[in-house]
Design a protein around this ligand. Sequence first.
Ligand code: PRF
Length: 376
Amino acid sequence: MDFKLLNTDPKSSARTGELTTDHGKIQTPIFMPVGTLGSVKGVHQRELRDDINAEIILGNTYHLYLRPGLDVLEKAGGLHKFNGWERPILTDSGGFQVFSLAENRKLTEEGAMFRSHIDGSKHFFTPENVMDTQRTIGADIIMAFDECPPGTSTYEYSKNSLELTQRWLERCVKRFDETEPKYGYSQTLFPIVQGCVYNDLRIKAAEHAASLNREGYAIGGLAVGEPVEDMYSMIEVVNEVLPKDKPRYLMGVGTPVNILEAISRGVDMFDCVMPTRNGRNGMIFTSEGTINIKNKKWYDDFSPIDPNGTSYVDQNYSKAYVRHLIHSGELLGSQICSIHNLAFYLWLVREAREHINAGTFASWKEIMVKKLATRL
Ligand code: PRF
């Protein structure tokens, strides 16, 4: 993998870059739609590619390991062949999901024991087997196995947790470097910087991750219950330490406003379930503000769902129609809102890139943040 830094905004830490993988190039800052089980919920691959123009999507190790399982993924020749997505894929390591979804989990130095949320079966994840699993899934970018403590954790808990995550990270790096990709294209491993809301822990974590000299880095453990101002200041602290010439990925964030604030603090990559999860319930993000399409006020509004929108669904369906679909529990309503929201997130990062390249990002961001915070 290769990362080229292209331009830096004169009035903030925002940057544009180009990431090259064996499955194609990614322009940064980028938003990555979440396809937990190898599918972006309600959106098929042609819509993702042609309508939304997604440059990279996510998969999740915890979910894919449980279903369909490594046997099927290996026989398929990896996730790209299995799901028919030919552009880049990133997989999260499963650390976060083990702690948020699995039952009866038990953490030891060796790894995490847990019971499947599907059938209660018992499993054990270690840094080593999570690397092997991500080799088998075959994503272009794979993530280290980490513990993500809640944003309200004490200093003592966060410090011990970080030290465990750092020991796990070293084991991940060792295993990753000792093994080869399975399908003929290269893979790269991103460390995850933890440390909760504590400056010194974050600095220590970022220095340790940077010393491992990888091709990119992730910031984890944010948007997990801490105040939003703490999230922004932790991003600043970490990005001061991480190398400027490598991509930075902020995991699981966030609202359109969160994304612009993080871009202005030097983040390059994002993922979040919000555009699809909230979309399925009729929440629509637009450049003029957020719409809850279920509200009565839209019942006879026949204007397009987003007149400024870039995707097919924006011009071709009215608010009243989509409100009717969501109200009636029709699948198409969830699909339309998901496609719209993803296209909007991809539009937002594309605009951000254009403004960074033009040197006008900081002033554009101020205006956009005000509009985006509006409830229509
Ligand atoms: N670690 C991992 N995945 C994640 C997170 C993390 O801290 C987060 C936190 N926002 C989202 N997804 N492995």
